[in-house]
Design a protein around this ligand. Structure first.
Ligand code: 3HC
Length: 382
């Protein structure tokens, strides 16, 4: 199958990512079905799509007629089988719990047409493990969007062990048709590119809170003052503390126990304080986006430490052959979030030796092996 043969796309899950991905598919002109486990969740997803299309209309990015056509192109379901009977591609965006993802893939595989491609929007998890719940692993692929899906350009296209080249190419072409910037992830590796490069930052952010080095708002204010659109703790709330928590558990299980989530994060999950989506997380979101008080910025926090551990982690991806080049990593990092430059672009300006020294010091100060500089970082010249 080629991308031109795709007419109808199903999205499993109408939450933060699901509703956004469905909207992206509608904007690209596709017929779309959206499925969630309860009617009220489906309805909420649909109203969020309407709200976001309303913003685009206000800014004259779409016309009133475009909006009407898109709303006529969407169908909603609670029954999983009914939602996929006549679709050409399915994108799963259910919570980051492997058993749940496998159950959804099994059900979708049983009901979707045999030609359909099954994609997972998993943030971190093995595409190969998800694909093994189906009888068509060659047609299973990772298609990882970034939050908010309608604005963020990156789509990681991830090759599971059995994903065919035809499936990879089709998914890549589909991302282009959706006006996104696709990056090929050649190896099914935890966290892929964007989340893997950012993962050690979460270890540092945890330690900063646990050791009382700074409060989240002090770090967020500092990072906003140096030009980030959101501070790192605010971003955790925005994406969802549940996503951060389950991601950390998966990293801890598969990569290093140093990724184990903080006890304060677990307490927030247990209390149902998941961030923006529940109105409370690290910040209060009940009245909209939190106001970060820039006067609280911790001025002696050096943002270069975050760059150093990101560049270091990025070099691991090169060493492991997860992506083809440093440029691809930079492309992913610039288009997935709000950063103006990729880690390697920044590293060339700062100097690899300086970054390697920072990583060495951080590894010692916090006793974290993940921060230790790689040989590639120490050698530089990337
Ligand atoms: N639909 C349509 N328009 C939207 C929108 C939506 N869902 N959300 C925001 N906008 C529009 C706003 O209306 C606003 O438009 P305007 O400039 O014309 O008024 C514009 O986008 C900017 O929004 P805001 O003024 O509210 O705030 P910001 O300027 O801070 O932009 C942001 C919001 C684009 C989300 C920006 O803060 C940002 O880039 N944040 C970083 C996001 C990020 O890093 N995402 C990646 C997370 S990691 C991930 O997703 C991986 C996964 O696996 C977990």
């Amino acid at each position: 199958m080629k991308v031109g043969n795709i007419n109808k796309i199903a999205v499993m899950g109408a939450g933060d990512m699901g509703h956004g991905i469905a909207e992206v598919a509608l904007l690209a002109g596709y017929k779309v079905t959206v499925r969630d486990i309860e009617q009220r969740l489906v309805d909420r997803g649909l109203s969020r799509i309407k709200e976001s299309l309303g913003k685009l209309l206000e800014k004259q990015k779409i016309t009133d007629e475009n909006k009407r056509t898109m709303l006529a192109n969407i169908e909603t379901f609670v029954d999983i089988g009914e939602s996929v009977t006549d679709v050409d591609l399915v994108i799963e965006a259910v919570p980051e719990i492997m058993d749940l993802k496998r159950q959804v893939f099994q059900a979708v595989d049983a009901a979707a047409p045999s030609h359909a491609i099954l994609a997972t929007n998993t943030s971190n998890m093995s595409v190969t493990d998800i694909a093994s719940a189906t009888k068509r692993p060659g047609q299973v692929v990772g298609m990882h969007f970034f939050n908010p899906a309608v604005l963020m350009k990156l789509v990681e296209v991830i090759k599971g062990e059995k994903t065919s080249e035809e499936t990879m190419q089709l998914t890549y072409d589909l991302a282009l048709k959706m006006n996104k910037v696709p990056v090929r992830v050649e190896k099914d590796s935890i966290g892929f590119v964007y989340n893997r490069v950012n993962a050690p930052t979460a270890i540092l952010l945890r330690q900063i809170v646990e050791k009382g080095i700074a409060a989240p708002e002090e770090i967020d204010a500092r990072m906003k003052k140096v030009g980030m659109p959101m501070g790192p703790y605010e971003l955790m709330d925005y994406v969802g503390l549940d996503v951060a928590y389950y991601g950390a558990l998966y990293f801890a299980d598969r990569l290093s126990s140093e990724y184990q989530p903080a006890s304060w994060l677990k307490a927030k999950i247990d209390a149902g304080e998941l961030g923006k989506k529940t109105g409370k997380g690290i910040y209060d979101w009940s009245k909209g986006r939190p106001e970060i008080d820039l006067s609280k910025a911790k001025e002696d926090f050096d943002p270069t430490v975050l760059i150093a551990i990101q560049v270091n982690e990025a070099t691991k991806l090169l060493e492991e052959g997860v992506v083809k080049s440093a440029d691809e990593i930079d492309k992913a990092m610039v288009n997935g979030g709000g950063a103006g430059f990729g880690p390697f672009q920044l590293a060339r300006g700062i100097g690899y030796d300086k970054l390697a020294k920072i990583c060495e010091d951080l590894a010692q100060q916090y006793g974290v092996t993940v921060f230790k500089p790689t040989e590639t970082l120490k050698q530089g010249n990337i």
